[in-house]
Write a protein that binds this ligand. Structure first.
Ligand code: ADP
Ligand code: MG
Length: 411
């Protein structure tokens, strides 16, 4: 199932390729270069954040066979920074160059239906759900799944491609909308809306010989379906939940024979019927790559999620990443640039006050270099670390005040 060609390590000096040129690719490129590797990015956008900082940037489409030929010749190892890269592209490359994660693992993560089936096969609990592929499926929906969330099986991200539905009538309207009103509708899943106590995720790295290491699991706060804040420090969540999260994530990776960095997202529910623990867990989704919730590791761990990705790709030794300071990570969305409204309701684009942010102790500003600050678009993040939990929340509160973001409280 894995598509790895050689078990020899790729030493510094080798060229590491990444499919996709977004911020995750940019952070991969920076980390690979720090470690002495050359980098190559495949992304059609000439202004892509990763492409702009890489040794090589092929500005071609992911299905352009000539470009893939060149990319395979250029690279000693290839990974991906987004899950929607066509599985055929990864399959094609893996016949010519060492690629991980495998096309198979990425194809599972691309589709909520196969992803959920995989979780069920692993014995990991999921939210109650059903697959909806037609009007007839809508009509025979089990009412126990309502209220729920209708989600497209593919291509959803940051809360896009999903609609909350209260009743059957809502579901019909949402289905018409998401399926695209076509003869070949986009398959969807309807998930029961769960009363989440909180959300969390864990990032692990697994190598070709099956060794797994993980970052400390993190607690995540979403606003409008988009990750807003990640918290990683003492007292974030109960040890029993932490252990269960790690165990489930490991079994999900093992059953995929996964090689590379994997993020697994969970919902945590209060469970008064459980006598052993007041909490129960369901897995939400996986990302076959580093994840927004793992960005804190760059400034707060001795091995970041990107270094882990490189160690997995190059078949170099894995060591368990150790967190050296408590951290919170605040996402910066394009909304922060849309300042005051001016004539005729047009919005003025105004840069947030970075000088004030950089006055805050322990604030690490990361901006991705995206040209256009659209609403809801991830433009950057700030990691706050320090010597105590109260110190990092003090810094976070200063930043939310400066940026006009609704404040957060420590768990
Ligand atoms: P995306 O691919 O956009 O991240 P998710 O399925 O992770 O999609 O949903 C985004 C967010 O919406 C979740 O992090 C959670 O806050 C909320 N959400 C999703 N599914 C449910 C559910 N079944 N019950 C309650 N909240 C949910
Ligand atoms: Mg998600």
């Amino acid at each position: 199932m894995t598509s790895n060609r050689s078990t020899l390590p790729l030493l510094p000096g080798a060229t590491l390729g990444v499919l996709g040129g977004g911020q995750l690719g940019k952070m991969f490129v920076h980390c690979a270069q720090r470690m002495g590797y050359k980098t190559a990015v495949l992304d059609p956008d000439p202004q892509s954040p990763a492409g702009l900082v890489s040794h090589f940037h092929l500005m071609k489409d992911f299905s352009d066979e000539n470009a893939l030929q060149d990319f395979a010749r250029l690279c000693d190892g290839v990974t991906t920074e987004f899950e929607n890269v066509p599985a055929q592209t990864m399959e094609w490359l893996s016949n010519r160059v060492s690629v991980n994660p495998s096309a198979f693992a990425v194809s599972i993560a691309q589709d909520r239906i196969s992803e959920k089936q995989h979780f069920v096969n692993c014995g990991v609990p999921v939210a109650p759900y059903t697959v909806i592929q037609s009007q007839a499926d809508v009509r025979k929906t089990d009412l126990a799944l309502l209220p729920g969330l209708l989600k497209t099986a593919r291509l959803g991200y940051d809360g896009k491609g999903q609609i909350k539905v209260q009743n059957l009538q809502d579901l019909e309207t949402a289905w018409d909308h998401l399926s695209g009103y076509t003869k070949h509708p986009m398959p969807c899943v309807l998930e029961k809306l769960l009363p989440l106590d909180f959300e969390c995720s864990v990032i692990l790295g697994r190598n070709r010989s099956g060794q797994i290491v993980h970052l400390p699991p993190q607690r995540n706060i979403h606003r409008d379906g988009i990750l807003a804040l990640t918290q990683v420090h003492e007292g974030c969540f109960p040890v029993s939940v932490k252990n269960q999260v790690i165990e489930y994530a490991q079994s999900i990776a093992q059953k995929l024979d996964y090689v590379g960095v994997l993020c697994v997202e969970f919902f945590v529910l209060k469970d008064p019927t459980n006598h052993l623990s007041p909490y129960s867990l369901v897995v939400n989704e996986i990302a076959p790559r580093p994840h927004n919730s793992g960005h804190y590791s760059v400034e707060s761990c001795d091995v970041s999620q990107f270094e882990l990705q490189i160690r997995c790709l190059t078949n170099m030794p894995l060591t368990t990443p150790r967190q050296h300071s408590p951290a919170v990570m605040l996402n910066l969305l394009g909304d922060l640039w849309q300042a005051s409204s001016v004539e005729r309701d047009a919005l003025a684009i105004e840069e947030p006050n970075w000088a004030s942010i950089l006055k805050i102790p322990g604030a690490h500003l990361n901006l991705y270099g995206k040209a256009e600050p659209r609403l809801s678009r991830k433009m950057g993040h700030i990691t706050f670390n320090g010597s105590s939990v109260s110190e990092i929340y003090g810094s976070l509160n200063q930043a939310t005040h400066i940026l006009g973001i609704t404040p957060f409280v420590s768990p």
